[in-house]
Unconditional design. Structure first.
Length: 114
């Protein structure tokens, strides 16, 4: 079953060349900038959330794994839930001051937005 990778090759034309080896395109790994080079903005958002408030951390430049790790750390320190995807960290509730303070202590250049 491990050799059954035909779904990855949909849209590829069949080759009659016996020496042909299919190579998949690989995404270039995004390097995460050091914390001092990151410029993060901490703001609050209420749109499309049923009147609930969330704290948004935007401006992160790096890999999804590092974004998820930073989001996990902030959620644990604030004691609430949230998510980290698409270059944004979402923390449930209004924690702008606390998140900004935590990011500055971690070495990030963070500023409080609206």
């Amino acid at each position: 079953m491990a050799d059954n990778d035909w779904k990855k090759r949909l849209g590829i034309v069949y080759s009659t060349d016996p020496d042909f080896k299919y190579e998949e395109e690989r995404k270039a790994d995004v390097e995460t900038l050091p914390p001092a080079a990151q410029k993060l903005t901490v703001s609050i958002d209420r749109r499309n959330r049923g009147g609930k408030q969330v704290t948004l951390v935007t401006g992160f430049a790096g890999s999804d794994e590092d974004l998820a790790e930073l989001g996990r750390t902030l959620k644990i320190k604030c004691g609430v839930g949230g998510s980290a995807k698409d270059g944004e960290i979402t923390i449930q509730g209004d924690f702008r001051d606390k998140v900004t303070e935590l990011l500055i202590k971690m070495g990030y250049r963070a500023k409080r937005g609206n």
